[in-house]
Ligand binder design. Structure first.
Ligand code: F6R
Length: 263
């Protein structure tokens, strides 16, 4: 795992977006794993900007999102399908039929979960998976105690997640209490993983996930088991990290980061 600390939220976001667009340019047929949430809005805005500046072409890409609320149709403005169309897919040239999210209205949850896993496999697996982290340490909607080997399935959300996300609904009580989510095992199968964490509110949990023991109580700690995981944090989110000096040293000295130091 590598931890990269950027001085501001904007530079952490810009670095994340640049890693994604560079990966698309290197491999135009790439399979992207995408996340939603407040943190990602700025990343998608940067990616859209790069697309408008003709710096990147998504026409051959495929994407798989981490999760979707159960019970919401894709045209519901609180669904993650709606979020993705609004923030990214409608603003770049990715083919809509190549963008996948679980179907929140699927009649058979087990079948839908298996179908999603199959679709990821059929596409050749996720090349680069973008992640945020919840205040309870979730990645996707893998709430505490999610098996570190879990696959896509329906999951009950924690009261904490409900509290964090329900203000985004016009009527907070309309927030579903369950969601489909890729499992921790599904996420760990991605060839590369990038987790972006910003803001002081996430400082505690990111320190536990990165420097604490691997535990199913904090799903994000499973990234320690991944061979190509990058955690990008801004100064505020980095506040509780013990190894800051070493992480900065790596970013300042490893040749792979040379092209990214001025972002
Ligand atoms: C959303 C997702 C979640 C979010 C996390 C952080 O698709 O997978 O794990 O990344 O809840 O959300 P924000 O960025 O709103 O704090």
């Amino acid at each position: 795992m590598q931890v990269i600390i950027r001085p501001t939220t904007e530079s952490a976001v810009a670095l994340t977006a640049k890693l994604i667009t560079d990966a698309v340019n290197e491999n135009p047929g790439i399979v992207l794993g995408l996340a939603t949430g407040r943190t990602m809005e700025a990343v998608y805005a940067d990616i859209v900007k790069a697309y408008k500046n003709k710096e990147v072409d998504f026409s051959a890409c495929k994407s798989f999102n981490l999760d979707e609320y159960i019970g919401l149709a894709g045209d519901d403005k609180n669904s993650y399908r709606y979020y993705m169309n609004y923030h990214l897919f409608d603003k770049i040239n990715i083919k809509k039929q190549n963008t996948y999210l679980p179907n929140g209205l699927a009649a058979d949850e087990k079948e839908e979960s298996a179908r999603y896993e199959w679709a990821i496999k059929a596409a050749g697996g996720v090349d680069i998976q973008l992640l945020g982290i919840g205040e309870d340490g979730h990645i996707g909607f893998n709430e505490p105690l999610s098996s570190l080997a879990s696959r896509t399935r329906a999951k009950a959300l924690t009261p904490e997640t409900y509290q964090q996300n329900s203000p985004l609904f016009d009527n907070p009580e309309d927030m579903p209490k369950r969601a489909f989510t890729m499992g921790v095992g599904t996420i760990l199968d991605a060839k590369r993983v990038i987790m972006l964490v910003t803001g002081a509110k996430k400082a505690d949990i990111v320190a536990k996930a990165v420097e604490g023991p691997v535990t199913s109580m904090i799903s994000a700690s499973a990234l320690q088991l991944h061979r190509n995981a990058i955690v990008i944090v801004d100064e505020a989110a980095a506040a509780k990290l013990q190894g800051k000096e070493y992480y900065n040293w790596i970013f300042d000295n490893e040749p792979e980061w040379e092209a990214y130091r001025n972002i």
